[in-house]
Design a protein around this ligand. Structure first.
Ligand SMILES: Cc1cc2nc3c(=O)[nH]c(=O)nc-3n(C[C@H](O)[C@H](O)[C@H](O)COP(=O)(O)OP(=O)(O)OC[C@H]3O[C@@H](n4cnc5c(N)ncnc54)[C@H](O)[C@@H]3O)c2cc1C
Length: 458
């Protein structure tokens, strides 16, 4: 401890929340509403974690990593109402496509499946029936030890696995694709099917981007008396026997009755390295990264919102044309598209420079969009993270740590607690509510949707 830290008296709070992403902010909100004295510490220069935004040329904010909601997302809809920003929320029909065998196919309805040539007729039938089974009836607990890809090969047909499922898993999990348990896919499909009404998928977004949510949340937290500290990473945890006695940042030592860590387990492992009781369990988890290259253009690439690139040889797996969802008028007439890639931190790609990523990504666009001209790009933005999502491999629930872990007054939630569902803003709010319950904080009632998250570790 430095002399400066020793001089400052430890500060007491009922709860210190470590991590100012949506999970930490939601937990702070719920605890503050229950009358608790809360301090929230965020390492970065902004709150929001993966939800952070940047400013486009028009001055409008946009997410560094594309974000949307689903119609059935009860928790986020609840929070939006609580914060009084429901006027800013809208839901719109979106369009999806698949690029396979050198051409783009629309993929929005059962009729599109019939028109999708890369899948043989019998496999189309198998694809439909197996997807319905997973989305409606399968019990995820039974399929935790089953690899998605093996199951699809057997039940969805070889051509649909090759043309759709494998590319989709490659896009989402990169080199971990063959380890993904079917339980995860059940969570994912249930989410997607629930957001479709009469075959039409509607997705939600907030006018002014996720910044609208973050600003409203931060304003309310301030009003509720939460101490919000930016640029203050927790660098040390001090404990005696079974209790955390204090935590330290570079500026101060803090004491609280309870400590809620909402940072990825990889970061937690570093903080708990000196505690054998915690360390072993934490080492078993890994995260993978994501990169999004955003193109700001004078014209669109296509009319599709979400394109899965299912042909091999592309450095990115998805093209998300944001302005085919939110009008380009909101961005001074400019068109915005994300080229997205998830990656293993051990891959070469993790070390590519910004210039390399731009060059390699943009060079491949004419293969998908023959009319594309590099001159249509006015500006590019690149964002990367090393903690895009946890690697959920077979029997992953065995690896999820209890929320109340290691010490009497220590709690932890992160994206691993969302498994077997897909990590999302909505599910972050759910696990924050579950953590409050475990911490015996009498937080406001948060409605639940049909999500499978928040079951393991609580
Ligand atoms: C490419 C991409 C697309 C996505 N699309 C969607 C979508 O469409 N819809 C959706 O709902 N969700 C989407 N998500 C997921 C969503 O962003 C996450 O589920 C959610 O933001 C996770 O929030 P979190 O608070 O758990 O984690 P994070 O956002 O990672 O926050 C953790 C915070 O902890 C801080 N921290 C770390 N170490 C310390 C320390 N020692 N001390 C203090 N602070 C620390 C970090 O700086 C960070 O701010 C997407 C994610 C990605 C990457």
């Amino acid at each position: 401890m430095t002399a400066d830290q020793e001089m400052k008296a430890p500060q007491e709070a009922d709860l210190v929340v470590i991590g100012g992403g949506i999970t930490g902010l939601s937990a702070a909100y719920l605890a503050a509403r229950a009358g608790k004295k809360v301090t929230l510490l965020e390492a970065g220069e902004n709150f929001g974690g993966l939800l952070h935004t940047f400013t486009t040329q028009s001055g409008e904010p946009l997410e560094a990593f594309y974000h949307h909601f689903f119609t059935h997302d009860a928790e986020i809809n609840w929070l939006i109402q609580e914060l009084g920003i429901e006027q800013q929320l809208f839901f719109r029909k979106t369009t999806m496509g698949v690029f396979r065998e050198g051409r783009m196919y629309a993929f929005n309805s059962p009729a599109d499946l019939f028109r999708f040539r890369p899948i043989h007729w019998l496999d189309k039938f198998k694809f439909g029936v197996s997807s319905l089974f997973l989305a409606r009836w399968a019990k995820w607990e039974k399929y935790e030890h089953v690899s998605c890809l093996n199951w699809f090969q057997r039940w969805a047909g070889k051509s649909s696995t090759a043309a759709l499922w494998k590319p989709m898993l490659d896009i989402k999990f990169g080199p971990f694709a063959d380890k993904v348990p079917l339980a995860w896919m059940i969570g994912r499909l249930r989410q997607r099917v629930n957001s479709r009404k009469q075959g039409e998928e509607k997705l939600g977004y907030l006018r002014g981007s996720m910044k609208t949510l973050l600003n409203a949340l931060l304003k309310t937290l301030e009003k509720e008396g939460v101490e919000l500290a930016l640029g203050e990473p927790v660098i040390q945890v001090n404990a005696k026997d079974t209790t955390i006695t204090s935590i330290q940042t570079e500026k101060r030592t803090l004491q609280a009755q309870k400590y809620l860590f909402t940072i990825p387990t990889t970061g937690l492992a570093k903080l708990f390295i000196d505690f054998p009781r915690a360390n072993g369990q934490l080492q078993s988890q890994a995260y993978f990264g994501a990169a999004c290259l955003i193109l700001e253009m004078d014209r669109p690439l296509s009319e599709t919102y979400w394109l899965n690139v299912a042909d091999p040889g592309f450095p990115f797996g998805g093209v998300i044309e944001h302005t085919n969802f939110v009008s380009p008028k909101e961005y001074g007439g400019k068109h915005l598209a994300y080229l997205s890639r998830y990656f293993d931190l051990e891959e070469d790609f993790a070390h590519w420079t910004t210039a390399e990523i731009e060059k390699q990504f943009i060079a491949k666009l004419p293969e998908i969009y023959p009319d594309f001209n590099p001159a249509q790009i006015e500006k590019t933005y690149l964002f990367r993270t090393e903690t895009a999502a946890p690697v959920c491999d077979l029997n992953f629930s065995d690896k999820v740590l209890p929320c109340h872990a290691f010490f009497d007054n220590c709690y932890h939630i992160d994206m691993t607690h969302i498994y077997p569902d897909e990590r999302s803003v909505n599910n972050s709010i759910r696990i924050a509510a579950e953590a409050c319950r475990v911490m015996k904080i009498d937080a406001p009632f948060v409605p639940k949707n049909l999500s499978l998250s928040g079951q393991i570790g609580f």
